[in-house]
Design a binder for this molecule. Structure first.
Ligand SMILES: [Zn+2]
Length: 339
């Protein structure tokens, strides 16, 4: 009997990159909630995982990575995941463990396959060190963490066993790449989403282009007429992943202007050369609308607009916001092969 967030399990310098499935099915949420009355009686001695933080961890990385490594890991898993297939599994029964109440996931084999695939993909990124894999992958989802050593007694076990809701079937069809946080105050894990990764190439995901915006403003992007069709024609395009290059910082703009002036005036070097700027890494666009206690985080986006109108971006949950005309043009150009 122990507390889950022991010194041994507390992360030194998280959040860390994890690949998870968010378990949002209403049937599974209801399954977990059937245990909440019992758990609530233990007050803050247990950390009950709220519906929006229920998850299965396919693979975690337990040390810090830089943004370039994260992008490469996500890309590597995204490519590998095209060869994966969605997994349909049964959730339950509930296991009272020594430090947490977990929910069994069966059959284990398809989940172990996904774990192996993600593991191999992440391992190809230089500098990533994974914890050693056990003899057998243990798929589970945690319903509550113990925050005190005196929860898991005989009485707790008996009461937990009496609950036994009907088990539920769920299908895991995509993973989320997230920065996983250990919230020691709440007593469970929360995350910031980075990207969504479909398992298997679905029809929609297979043709949806990845669009990198703002990296190279091409003539094609900024010229006033579209490469085909009517410049005022409304279109709506599914985007597999929208990536933007963050704007230059002040020091980077100074460097740019330095290079410009140095080319015009050879005496310009007398003032000394400013340091080379570090270009910011591209960022995957995720929906930032509030949802529950966190943000929506969806990266499945529809982009609507025309060659001459700003992009309206709509996430899969219907949240929308407006982006620039340039973004709309880059999305239209990227979608060209599908036209
Ligand atoms: Zn959203």
């Amino acid at each position: 009997m122990e507390s889950f967030f022991s010194r041994k399990r507390t992360w030194a310098d998280g959040p860390y990159l994890h690949f998870i499935a968010a378990l949002v099915s209403p049937e599974y949420v209801a399954y977990t909630q059937a245990h909440h009355d019992l758990l609530a009686a233990y007050g803050d001695r247990v950390g009950i995982v709220p519906p929006q933080w229920l998850h299965w961890t396919a693979q975690g990385v337990h040390h810090r990575l830089d943004e370039g490594q994260v992008e490469r890991a996500v890309q590597s898993v995204r490519e590998a995941a095209q060869r994966a297939v969605p997994a349909t599994v049964t959730m339950g029964p509930v296991w009272p463990g020594p430090s947490a109440v977990t929910v069994a996931m069966y059959p284990e084999e398809p989940l172990a396959t996904i774990n192996a695939l993600v593991r191999d993909a992440v391992s190809t990124v230089s500098g990533v060190r994974l914890r050693e894999a056990g003899d057998r992958f243990w798929p589970h989802s945690t319903l509550a963490y113990f925050r005190s050593p005196d929860v898991h007694d005989a009485d707790f076990n008996r009461q937990l066993r009496k609950i036994r809701p009907e088990r539920v079937e769920i299908t895991i069809s995509r993973l989320l790449a997230v920065y996983m946080h250990q919230d020691l105050d709440l007593g469970y894990y929360t995350w910031t989403p980075i990207a969504e990764i479909p398992l298997g190439a679905t029809a929609a995901d297979a043709w949806a282009p990845e669009v990198v915006c703002g990296k190279a403003a091409t003539m094609a992007t900024y010229r006033s007429t579209p490469p085909w069709g009517d410049s005022d024609a409304e279109c709506e395009i599914a985007v597999g992943r929208l990536v933007v290059q963050p704007p230059l910082s002040q020091s980077q703009r100074r460097y740019e202007s330095f290079v410009g002036r140095a080319l015009d005036d050879s005496t310009y070097f007398e003032d000394g050369e400013p340091p080379m700027p570090v270009w910011p890494d591209p960022v995957t666009v995720a929906c930032e609308r509030r949802s529950g206690d966190g943000v929506c985080g969806s990266t499945r986006l529809q982009v609507r607009g025309s060659w001459n109108s700003p992009a309206v971006i709509i996430c899969e949950h219907g949240h929308s916001w407006t982006d620039t005309v340039e973004t709309m043009r880059e999305v239209i150009l990227a979608a060209e092969p599908a036209q």
